[in-house]
Structures are given as C-alpha cells and as structure tokens.
Design a protein around this ligand. Structure first.
Ligand code: HEC
Length: 160
C-alpha cells in the first residue's frame, strides 16, 4: 500500500498573496472614489470651472484687455488717467455713469465735490487733477446740435 506521503501543499502563502492583492485593489478604488467626490464638491476644481464660465472670464483672458482704444471691462476710453479713474470712480457705481455724462472741467469737478459732500466719496488727493483731466479730455460736453453756417448761397430779395 503506497502511502500518500505527499505533504499537503502550502496553500497558506498563496492565499496570503491574493488577499494582499485584494487589499491593494480595494485601496485604489477607495482612493479613486474619494478623489472623484472631492473634485465635484463645491470649491473643487470642477465647480471653479463653472464659476469661471458664468462670469465669462476664461483662464488666460486679459482682465484689462484694450480693444480699439476701449478698456473692455469698463468701457472707458484708454487714455492717461484711465487707471486712476477706474480705481476711484467705479467702486460705487458702474463706469456707465461716467460714459453717459459729458461735462466741462468745472462740472466734472462739481460732480466730484457733490459726491464727496453727499455720497462719502473720499479725498482724491493728487489723483483729482489726473482724473478730471482724463474726464474732460475724453468725456467733454457734446457739441450742441447747431448746424454750421450756410455758405455760398445766393440770397434773393423777398418781394411782396
Ligand atoms: C463713494 C461712492 C462713489 C464714488 C467712489 C464715486 N461716486 Fe459717482 N456717484 C455716487 C453716487 C451714490 C451717485 C448717484 C447715483 C445715482 O444717482 O444713481 C453718483 C453719481 C455720479 C454721476 C452722475 C451725476 C449726476 O448728475 O447724475 C457721475 C457722472 C459720477 N458719479 C461720476 C463719478 C466719478 C468721475 C467718480 C470718481 C472721481 C465717482 N463718481 C466716484 C457715488 C460715488
């Protein structure tokens, strides 16, 4: 009678190995799910992209882009004093209020004075002259609609 003295195979090592593989795989799956959850949470990368498309500002867009001499973000004419004007004059109200109003030097100064007295506009210091010059240069009073004098007309006498 032949005795089967083959020793039972050591299966212990093998099952140890495969359970380690299982642990690693489930670890990777868990990490991947955590990453995906964080990505879609508010404040994550994905939501940031959404906010950017809402404001219309794309990554790499120039915040102070000038096109045809106009500062696109504010609509103000690009000229000396524009930076000072944007910095001091577009925090309380839109730049449209400036663009819509055309005045001479005295009236721009009076408007600033009025805002200082009634709307808490701060002392503009040395910027005041720069801003007023910018305003009166780029937003002067519109010429009144008086037509040019007629020339070269042959007038005739009215007869009654
Ligand atoms: C502290 C806030 C504040 C700042 C800064 C400010 N303004 Fe104003 N401004 C106002 C308010 C308030 C009004 C009135 C708005 C309205 O009537 O709806 C106004 C009105 C105006 C008007 C319209 C005046 C009118 O007669 O209708 C002009 C033009 C103007 N601002 C220009 C400027 C300029 C130029 C600057 C920069 C020197 C400036 N603002 C900075 C508060 C401010």
């Amino acid at each position: 009678m032949e005795e089967n003295n083959h020793k039972p195979k050591k299966t212990g090592q093998r099952s140890q190995k495969s359970s380690m593989v299982q642990w690693i795989v489930s670890g990777i799956i868990i990490l991947a799910s955590i990453y995906l959850i964080i990505k879609t949470l508010p404040g994550g990368k994905n939501s940031e992209e959404k906010v950017q498309t809402i404001t219309g500002l794309q990554e790499g867009d120039d915040f102070d882009k000038i096109e045809n001499g106009i500062h696109l973000r504010t609509g103000l004419i690009d000229a000396p004093g524009r930076i000072e004007t944007i910095g001091n004059c577009t925090t309380c109200h839109s730049s449209k209020l400036i663009i819509q109003n055309r005045m001479d030097k005295e009236h721009w100064a009076a408007t600033i004075r009025w805002m200082q007295e009634t709307q808490n506009l701060w002392d503009l210091g040395a910027n005041e002259e720069i801003i007023i010059n910018y305003l009166v240069t780029n937003y002067p009073p519109k010429k009144k609609g008086r037509r040019a004098n007629l020339e070269g007309i042959e007038w005739y006498e009215l007869r009654q």
